[in-house]
Design a protein around this ligand. Sequence first.
Ligand SMILES: [Fe+2]
Ligand SMILES: [Fe+2]
Length: 206
Amino acid sequence: MNATSPYTRQAAWQLLAEYTQSPSLRKHALSVETCVRAYGECEADALGLAGDDRAAFVEKYAITALLHDFDYERFPSLDDHPFAGNKVLTELGWPEEIRTAILSHASYSGVPRVSHLEKALFACDELAGFLTACSLVKPTKSIFDVDVTGVRKKMKDKAFARGVHREDIVNGAAELGVDLDEHIAFCLKAMQRNAGELGLAGAATR
Ligand SMILES: [Fe+2]
Ligand SMILES: [Fe+2]
């Protein structure tokens, strides 16, 4: 997004807030954004981007993550999500690269994950939710009390956070080409850096 584009992170947040009232769904969007943005920063550095180019590249990652489930509250069925949202985004003129990446996070959409952005979104989607769940069962409700070993243990506990698809976490890391433990540690660190906004800084500071 260049400086004059209306398709900014701020506009994405406004669209999300318009469609999504649930605080936990908004937090989900923010937590996935946090992880995907961090991968965007790494990729931008790997590509040697700097200045405005780097900022625009990273913002694209942030926007895609922020909007990936923006239609879910209104259109939760597999027939509608994320297709209904894609229609809205198309009508509003959001860039195709972002829309395609959003479609690709739903494996049943038939849109393959090809780009680094698409792979990063899929890899972070379920994991961000799982790391949030791991934080909220701590007495402190703090993400600073979560570690990789504990996360791996909880992944084996089928009764814990049943809604989170473990195989998507495992496959997502593999598709992205990162070791699972490193992926968990990377996302954990990114979410810890943004713990305040995510409401996971600990009971005393929430
Ligand atoms: Fe989704
Ligand atoms: Fe999601």
